[in-house]
Design a protein around this ligand. Structure first.
Ligand SMILES: [Zn+2]
Length: 95
């Protein structure tokens, strides 16, 4: 499946999409995604089976929009967030 940028509506293959994640914040359980096309930055949380877009406020992360991604999995580690989908894997280092 293709994953969308919510700002410019470009769509990306999973490898291009998850390679654009950075700055895993373990406390907020949040990564920053920077659109390769328009440069928009979104804060998102990776869930099992979906992405949650939102914002950090008052030390917590509130999800406002969800995009279902069947098969998406996540594993929190001390130094990074590991993401897997369709036998591909990515890791987002802590900032
Ligand atoms: Zn975009």
């Amino acid at each position: 499946m293709l994953l969308p940028c919510l700002a410019c509506e470009s769509r990306f293959r999973p490898d291009d999409y998850f390679s654009a994640c950075s700055d895993y914040d373990r406390r907020l359980d949040r990564v920053i995604w920077t659109c390769p096309t328009c440069g928009n930055r979104d804060d998102l949380r990776v869930f099992t089976g979906e992405l949650g877009f939102g914002a950090a406020r008052h030390g917590r992360f509130d999800v406002h929009d969800r995009v279902r991604v069947p098969g998406l999995r996540r594993h929190r580690r001390e130094v990074a967030l590991y993401i897997s989908l369709d036998r591909c894997h990515w890791h987002v280092p802590r900032r």
